[in-house]
Design a protein around this ligand. Structure first.
Ligand SMILES: C[S@@+](CC[C@H](N)C(=O)[O-])C[C@H]1O[C@@H](n2cnc3c(N)ncnc32)[C@H](O)[C@@H]1O
Length: 216
């Protein structure tokens, strides 16, 4: 859900680099095959933002938590250098089978390692030293605090962790939210901004994206 009115949102899209043919095809196939889950996919401008951020930072080691049909992972992988790697975490064989096809077609499949398992297990099995440059969290909201903690300890100084859907369509303003996912996002937002290890900015991009940069 966007926090901006639809017409302003369309204006932003019209003034951001457009998605290329492959991304458009992926979005169309996702809409056809999984119409009920389509809202999980990030938007074109958010994807462009991810690619740009990976390029600006020169990130080489990336992690994504929540792949779905691969839109955001494709955008992250495209921003990486040829020897960069993206560890992509999801639990769905069905959704990520679509992702794999598009990674192949985009020529970035060799940069992406997909792990099908609860993401918390995948993250906890990673080396504990600081080795990650950038991470994008966009999976089950109740686990955001755990994902954040496992990732931030492994971020290199200057590394970034991005969290999606941090505004929950504005429901974060509700002092007593009805759904557990929103309550978990509110807890996450509070703990991230109070974390002395990072500098933080929350952006009103689509449903809200937080960027936390690990201090040197
Ligand atoms: C919002 S979608 C991700 C959308 C994706 N970033 C994109 O751009 O299309 C959330 C994904 O998280 C995955 N997921 C849910 N619970 C998970 C868990 N415990 N571990 C790993 N992945 C999980 C779902 O299977 C789903 O594909």
């Amino acid at each position: 859900m966007d926090v901006l009115p639809a017409d302003l949102s369309d204006y932003l899209l019209a003034h951001s680099s457009p998605a290329d043919e492959l991304l458009r095809e992926l979005a169309e196939e996702t809409a056809r095959s999984f119409p009920d889950a389509l809202s999980m996919q990030i938007s074109h401008d958010e994807g462009e933002f991810l690619t740009m951020l990976v390029r600006i930072t020169g990130a080489r080691r990336a992690v994504e938590v929540g792949v779905f049909t691969g839109y955001s992972s494709l955008c992250i992988a495209r921003g990486l250098p040829a020897d960069g790697t993206l560890l992509a975490c999801d639990v769905s064989e069905e959704w990520t089978a679509v992702a794999r096809r598009y990674w192949e077609r985009a020529g970035v499949a060799d940069r992406i390692e997909l792990r099908i398992a609860p993401a918390i297990e995948t993250l906890r099995a990673l080396p504990t030293e600081e080795h990650l440059d950038i991470a994008f969290i966009d999976a089950d909201k109740v686990s955001y605090p755990d994902y954040y903690e496992e990732i931030v300890t492994r971020l290199c100084p200057g590394g970034l962790v991005l969290l999606d859907n941090v505004l929950r369509g504005g429901r974060v303003l509700d002092p007593d939210p009805a759904d557990e996912a929103t309550a978990a996002i509110m807890r996450t937002n509070d703990l991230v901004v109070a974390d002395p290890r990072v500098d933080v900015v929350m952006l009103p991009l689509r449903d809200g994206v937080t960027i936390a940069r690990k201090r040197s």
